[in-house]
Design a protein around this ligand. Structure first.
Ligand code: ACO
Length: 325
């Protein structure tokens, strides 16, 4: 088995900012409520003519450039998203064509907010066995396209963006351990009810606003802390490490209160938690992808650091990956 590591990273945020004061004009909410309950100040919103693949392409090009490879060197593209351009074809295929990765296979995965962590674990396994050499993992979302802009309990939380990384054989930035989990009994807590085979689109589903994301926020909140802590612990103890060995925790950016509770339970001080939720909100699969690339770009990580990526999301899904930088 070869070691698999991160060869390159990239991220992209659409330029348009939607601030809490903008939201005050759209629904019955306040900057103060959003800040204290979530830690979010603003989020990015992609233009009407932009799809998830367009966001993913920008981050992918940067990640490939950062790796020093050419698009033709990529042999697999894994795209994690819950907002694909269409139900099919896979958004990854659209990205493959537009970035010129003509030697790559491509598919999408749906593990909601945990999607990027699931993607890098799959990539690591395929590189370690020698089945693939340079795998591009993309986390991209246009959540603004499935958010109900009349529902104040969800519309303040989400934003658009993309992050990507190239994983290949490497002795640096090695993915040394991981843990993935799921609890389908929580499937109803976070969902987009209509438009699939269970409830195809009808005039009635549109009238009832069933093509928008629904969330039992309170329930998700309670479970989130427990499963993120469990995932992080399982990934680090597998290789004989403890929480005290974590140099930086890069969590899914769902809610600042969830992140603080996770940090407390893991015994980590605030400065060991990477956060960008204030600027971008929750970008589902793109959140950990952007956070990892941004933490690296802003020199928050140094050689030899133990980095733990941890996420949870719709499914419910949860997972963590330990990267030795
Ligand atoms: N502005 C003002 N008031 C609001 C707003 C708003 N935007 N939204 C809800 N409220 C009100 C509610 O109506 C309620 O009023 P009431 O007491 O009169 O009934 C009150 O605020 C408290 O509501 P709660 O839902 O109890 O607020 P809570 O503190 O739980 O915060 C939140 C809600 C932010 C959604 C929180 O539960 C949360 O973050 N949950 C986790 C969500 C999450 O992490 N999702 C991640 C997965 S996303 C994915 O996988 C795609």
């Amino acid at each position: 088995m070869r070691k698999a590591g991160i060869l390159g990273l990239g991220y992209y945020l659409p330029p348009k900012r939607l601030t809490n004061s903008d939201l005050e004009k759209m629904v019955d909410t306040s900057d103060q409520w959003i800040m204290t309950r979530t830690g979010i100040k603003e989020r990015r919103i992609a233009g009407k003519d932009i799809a998830t693949s367009d966001l993913g392409i920008k981050a992918s090009k940067l990640a490939i450039q950062d790796s020093g490879l050419k698009p033709e060197d990529i042999d697999l593209i894994i795209t994690a998203t819950i907002t694909p351009d269409m139900a099919f074809p896979a958004t990854g295929c659209i990205i493959q064509d537009k970035i010129g990765a003509k030697n790559a296979a491509a598919f999408d995965i749906n593990a909601a907010c945990s999607g990027f962590v699931f993607g890098i674990v799959i990539a690591q396994q395929l590189v370690s066995t020698g089945a693939y050499n340079n795998v591009l993992v993309v986390g991209a979302e246009k959540l603004s396209s499935i958010v109900d802009w009349e529902d104040r309990s969800t519309c303040v939380l989400f934003g658009d963006g993309s992050g990507a990384c190239v994983i290949g054989a490497s002795d640096n930035r090695v993915i040394v351990s991981s843990f993935l989990g799921a609890d389908g009994s929580g499937a109803d807590l976070l969902k987009l009810p209509a438009g699939g085979s269970r409830m195809p689109a009808t005039k009635e589903t549109i009238k009832q606003r069933l093509h928008f994301l629904k969330m039992e926020g309170n329930e998700v909140f309670k479970i989130a802390v427990r499963i993120m802590v469990e995932a992080a612990n399982k990934a680090i103890t597998k290789v004989g490490l403890g929480c005290e060995d974590i140099d930086l925790l890069i969590p899914h950016q769902a809610n600042i209160r969830i992140l603080m509770a996770v940090a407390k339970r893991l015994g980590l001080p605030e400065e060991k938690i990477f956060m960008n939720i204030e600027r971008y909100g929750n970008m589902s699969a793109a959140s950990t992808a952007v956070a990892l690339a941004e933490a690296s770009k802003k020199n928050k990580i140094k050689r030899g650091d133990n980095i733990v990526l941890v996420a949870f999301g719709g499914g419910l899904t949860y997972g963590a990956a330990l990267i030795q930088w």
